[in-house]
Design a protein around this ligand. Structure first.
Ligand SMILES: [Zn+2]
Length: 455
């Protein structure tokens, strides 16, 4: 790790040029076009999830607008205005946090202040963060200003909740939509930073850091920062797994197989015991299993993009192989049952991990028992199938007897043979393993008693 790594990553790697921003190409491209053609609007709305670059790009735009000598449509980062903005002490760029009380006061003063010309630069730029938090009164004050904005004023309103902004405000602004950064892009960004910072890493480690960021560059950087400290600069899947309390997919697969494959709770107990002995958070473990069983269906049914699954690609390959023998019905049933167990676990608020372990063990044992118990529906189906079988065999018997009778009328048989002539079933009935057919069909099915036929 380099010497300066004590500097908070989010600050150290804050983009100072448009081209350094991770993702958001659409918004940046449109803004740069407007700048190039001198078509700067008076009010912009930057809308999108947290930590994806709204404020960063607002500051870049402010810097570019007031830059004394822009280069390639980017701020120079050298002139007086650029350096003041970077230090956060420019009098022409005012950042207001609408979520704070001070923000409301600022808006109140706004109408007066906008009248004054900028101190140094060409524009007075107001960046209002979390603008949806403004009170009605403040929105009214803002609206008055937006209705007749002085030519030197630019508003940049940032929000995570577009729908909370009054229509009157929206209609006077240009919209820019910011998106979550896709996982592969975050992964390559984290990898790039690890290389610069000389941090040891493997692909699983990078995956988990990027995944924790959940599409936000800011959250990714802040998690990377913690991870570097926790792992002493080794961003490996194993160490990050320990940090976030993730047991790894192998444990999940083990438990899954013990329930649906081996169908033995001895094996399940061993897995739970192992997780418990490792001091893992059983709550987290139970939730991970909820996610795992849900992912089984998503993978089986091809319902999700690989990137949206919470697993590195190697793990997805392992899971795909393991779920091969099972159909979607049984996987769905398992997922529902596991979720119910988790829900109960949440509701119970057990005091410690030992109590949780007991609860999970009992629930899993009951689950395995239920999944293997022939259900009422199964029994009814069995009766129905037996009826059909009897009917089929009966018809066969009558038919063969009729054939024989017909034959006897033509062929004259020796007398002694007639007495011993018993009807024979020509073919043995097919040996149907009803039990396993029913199990496959009705494993663990629950029955709505109101729909049962009356006897
Ligand atoms: Zn400049």
């Amino acid at each position: 790790m380099s010497e300066e790594s004590h500097l908070v990553f989010a600050r150290k790697y804050r983009p100072q040029l448009f081209k350094e921003v991770v993702e958001q190409k659409l918004a940046i491209g449109a803004l740069m076009n407007a700048l190039k053609n001198n078509r700067v609007g008076h009010a912009y709305i930057f809308f999108g999830p947290r930590g994806v670059g709204k404020t960063t790009i607002a500051r870049l735009l402010a810097k570019r607008l007031n830059c004394e000598s822009p280069e390639d449509n980017e701020p120079c980062n050298k002139c007086k205005s650029c350096t003041e903005i970077m230090k956060g002490n420019s009098n022409d760029v005012l950042e207001i946090d609408a979520a704070s009380n001070r923000g409301i006061d600022n808006i109140r003063d706004l109408r007066e202040n906008v009248k004054f010309s900028p101190m140094g630069g060409r524009y007075k730029i107001y960046i209002i963060d979390e603008v949806h938090m403004l009170t009605d009164q403040s929105f009214n004050a803002l609206l008055k200003t937006l209705e007749e904005p002085p030519h030197h004023v630019v508003f940049i309103l940032a929000t995570t909740e577009y729908h909370k902004i009054p229509e009157t405000i929206l209609s006077r602004c240009q919209d820019f939509v910011f998106k979550k950064v896709p996982l592969p892009n975050l992964q390559s960004y984290v990898e790039h930073l690890c290389k610069i910072e000389n941090i040891d890493y493997d692909s699983d480690g990078i995956f988990w850091v990027a995944k924790k960021g959940d599409g936000s560059v800011r959250d990714t950087l802040s998690f990377l920062e913690q991870a570097v400290t926790f792992t002493d600069g080794h961003i490996t899947g194993k160490l990050i797994g320990k940090m976030i309390g993730y047991q790894g997919v192998d444990v999940q697969i083990e438990l899954f197989k013990s329930i649906l494959g081996e169908k033995t709770f001895h094996k399940s107990f061993q897995t739970i015991e192992k997780v418990y002995n490792e001091g893992a958070d059983l709550h987290k473990f139970a939730w991970d299993f909820v996610e795992f069983t849900h992912a089984l269906i998503l993978i089986k049914e091809n319902l999700a993009d690989r990137d949206s699954l919470n697993y590195p690609i190697e793990d997805i390959q392992k899971i795909t192989k393991e779920l091969e023998p099972y159909n979607s019905e049984i996987l769905t049933l398992l997922s529902e049952k596991i979720y119910t167990i988790y829900e109960k676990l949440m509701y119970l608020k057990l005091r410690n991990s030992f109590e949780m372990k007991i609860f999970i063990e009992i629930s899993i044992r009951k689950l395995i028992f239920d999944l293997n118990r022939p259900s009422v529906a199964g029994v009814l189906e069995k009766i129905h199938d037996l009826q059909q079988l009897l009917q089929k065999e009966g018809e066969k018997f009558i038919a063969s007897a009729a054939t024989r009778q017909a034959e006897q009328t033509v062929v004259t048989k020796p007398l002694h043979a007639v007495t011993s002539d018993k009807p024979e079933i020509e073919e043995e009935p097919e040996d149907i393993d009803m039990e396993s057919i029913l199990k496959d069909k009705f494993l663990g099915t629950e029955v709505d008693s109101s729909k049962l036929p009356e006897i």
